[in-house]
Design a binder for this molecule. Structure first.
Ligand code: ZN
Length: 222
């Protein structure tokens, strides 16, 4: 076990908790791809809250446990992590939570539309689709996830379960997890006001272009 990588994964779990995009019980899992290997490091603890590095396990992308102890509850969802690494060579981090507002949409089996600008800026211009229900981590659930994923969109809602984020880096995965939760909360708040209104598609591109233009300039100093 690479202790540094295990510490890194435990640190990512803490940052997910700190982001607030997490259910009260802290349920969820984080994994990172081992660079250059067909392996991932995965949180095998019952909660991301206070998750110790000692409970991080090493798992092959074929699902085989290579190092550490993997309890049944966490073992059941390994396949939805490995599938994202298998399908997408660029993915370096997979994050799964039951963040409350996103999970409300998952339970209602309703997609999250592009109704906050941050979605357009962070790869969610097409919204967050819903993968149909299957027992967590089962072949059926994984097939539903694969079928629902929109190319280039780093998130999917898991019907009657939660949310799955897959991105190049942990930073981006945590960021997108927060954007999805923020959008879900805003969407639900807007229901009482007639419902959320999606950005027109051409303005989604404009929002991204403006963000990129500012990003290319970097921080401006007085
Ligand atoms: Zn879950």
């Amino acid at each position: 076990m690479d202790k540094d990588l295990a510490e890194q994964v435990a640190g990512i779990a803490q940052r997910v908790v700190a982001s607030g995009a997490i259910s009260a019980n802290g349920h969820g899992n984080v994994s990172v791809r081992v660079p250059g290997e067909d392996e991932m490091y995965f949180t095998a603890g019952p909660s991301l809250r206070g998750h110790p590095a000692s409970a991080v396990v090493r798992v092959g992308l074929d699902g085989a446990l290579l190092e550490g102890d993997l309890p049944p509850i966490q073992g059941a969802v390994v396949a939805m992590h490995t599938a994202m690494y298998q399908d997408r060579p660029e993915v370096g981090c997979v994050l799964h939570t039951h963040s409350p507002y996103a999970t409300a949409y998952a339970v209602a089996q309703r997609r999250i539309g592009c109704w906050i600008e941050a979605m357009a800026m962070f790869g969610l211009a097409e919204g967050v689709p819903v993968a149909g229900y299957g027992p967590r981590g089962s072949a059926e659930a994984v097939a539903n996830i694969r079928g629902a994923v929109i190319p280039g969109v780093p998130a999917v809602l898991l019907a009657n379960h939660g949310v799955l984020i897959f991105h190049r880096t942990p930073d981006l995965a945590i960021l997108v997890g927060g954007v999805v939760e923020e959008a879900a909360q805003a969407g639900l708040n807007a229901v009482g006001l007639g419902g959320p209104v999606e950005l027109p598609p051409d303005l989604r591109a404009a929002a991204l272009q403006r963000a990129m233009a500012f990003d290319s300039q970097g921080t401006v100093h007085a």
